[in-house]
Design a protein around this ligand. Structure first.
Ligand code: PPE
Length: 316
């Protein structure tokens, strides 16, 4: 992976190679961590973090859902992140905040083990490839079902839950596809291994509802808003597997992936990215890079404009 100079670790900026944990850290054994994937984009006014407050809010909610008491407020983690990007001298980058049960005790009720927090920021290119963003990817419905709300919390972004995504992604990659699409236990479409999914049917945009067994993606919400603002009808409803094959267009959204068209699924051709996908994708990319005036409020600028007040310092 591409690295950077510093990582924020429990309130300190430490050299990348020194950001280490003990091998008996709780999260290493049980997956007791919650995290975010956030992206920062180089805009005309300098680096800006896309929907930063929403990501920090989801991090706090994921922590709450798994009884992890965060030792830092979302505001403190947010300011640490902006300072990290400044100190690392980064422009466009991927940001990975993680809160996890650290070293102190093992066993399943380990409230003695502290909650450690890190934020890393480093360069990370197109998750499903630049070619995929332009011409679409090939996807396969996974034989693994998406984690059920009966046993875990699909709405939380928790480390251990990603074993489910990893099984699906491994299966689809080994079979020669670029992404896996997971169904829920009823057989309805949920999402990709690390992205939400949208279909175009009869000119309408359709996506599984936020109460489905999906991660309620921040880019999902952004794309729904952008599509509606562009005049499209967006319907949140259950999506049957067969609709994947009958769709006029399909695309995926996520922080790492951004907006990626799907050109083939289970060997059924969907075709080159369609008109609606292209239209929404272009506006979405403009929003990410601060080129869409109407969505500027989604951006958290890292650097203070010259002449403005200094931002408050990290208080930890
Ligand atoms: N579903 C899942 C399961 C998921 O992991 C992500 C993000 C999304 C949907 C889209 O959510 P959002 O980024 O808020 O629009 N996946 C993150 C982790 C990917 C990874 O490989 O790590 C990401 O995109 O950063």
């Amino acid at each position: 992976m591409d690295t950077a100079e510093l990582i924020w670790h429990n309130g300190e900026f430490v050299p990348w190679e020194d950001a280490k944990v003990h091998v008996l850290s709780h999260a290493l054994h049980y997956g007791t961590g919650v995290f975010e994937g956030v992206r920062c984009y180089e805009t005309e006014r300098g680096p800006a973090i896309f929907r930063h407050a929403d990501h920090l809010d989801r991090l706090a909610k994921s922590a709450e859902l798994y009884y992890l008491g965060l030792p830092y407020s979302p505001e403190q983690i947010g300011e640490a992140t902006r300072e990290l990007i400044r100190r690392n001298g980064l422009g466009s980058c991927y940001i990975r905040p993680l809160a996890f049960r650290g070293y102190g005790s093992l066993g399943l009720y380990a409230t003695d083990a502290p909650v450690d927090v890190i934020v890393a920021a480093f360069p990370w290119g197109a998750y499903l490839g630049e070619e995929g963003q332009k011409h679409g990817i090939r996807a396969k419905v996974s034989s693994w079902r998406r984690i059920s709300p009966a046993g875990l919390i699909p709405h939380a972004k928790a480390s251990g839950q990603y074993l489910n995504s990893i099984l699906a992604k491994t299966e689809s990659t080994n079979a020669g596809y670029e992404e896996a699409i997971l169904l829920d236990e009823r057989g309805f479409v949920c999402e990709g291994s690390g992205e939400n999914i949208f279909l175009v049917r009869d000119g309408q945009i359709v996506t599984p509802p936020h109460v489905a067994a999906i991660l309620d993606g921040i880019n999902r919400k952004s794309v729904i808003q952008i599509a509606r603002d562009l005049g499209y009808t967006v319907v949140e409803r259950d999506v049957a597997r067969a609709e994947l094959y009958l769709a006029e267009e399909i695309f995926l959204t996520g922080t790492a992936a951004e907006l990626v068209p799907v050109r083939e699924i289970d060997d059924h051709p969907i075709g080159e990215p369609g008109e609606i996908t292209r239209h929404v994708q272009a506006k979405f990319v403009d929003a990410l890079y601060g080129r869409a005036e109407e969505y500027l409020e989604w951006l958290d600028f890292v650097k203070v404009p010259a002449g403005a007040d200094e931002p408050s310092k990290v208080s930890s």
